[in-house]
Write a new protein. Structure first.
Length: 105
């Protein structure tokens, strides 16, 4: 599994819906969870792949001279390649949170 540096604990909490969906153990194995209303900043130490296992995530990569920043929304089964040294900000898209993996590219 690749490593990333988490540069932000979380942003201000957002209201969480009363009903939460349980994450199946098979999805949790080898994966990380991001709670509803939680956001984090990750910086890849090496080329990595972010894969969404459950839920949807909203991602904003840092802008570079070559690539302007644009927001992305990834659904289960979708992935994003993150270059070594690149930073992304990731947040659960809806009120249910998400499960993702972060592996070497």
């Amino acid at each position: 599994m690749s490593t990333a540096v988490c540069t932000t604990e979380s942003f201000s909490p957002v209201s969480v819906p009363a009903r939460a969906v349980a994450v199946p153990p098979a999805v949790r194995r080898g994966a990380w969870q991001i709670a509803p209303g939680e956001a984090m900043s990750l910086k890849a130490r090496s080329a990595s792949i972010l894969r969404v296992k459950q839920g949807r995530v909203w991602i904003t990569p840092d802008a570079t001279l070559r690539n302007p920043s644009e927001d992305l929304v990834l659904a289960p089964g979708e992935s994003l390649t993150v270059a070594a040294g690149q930073r992304i900000v990731m947040e659960a898209w809806d009120g249910y949170g998400a499960t993702y993996s972060w592996d070497n590219a």
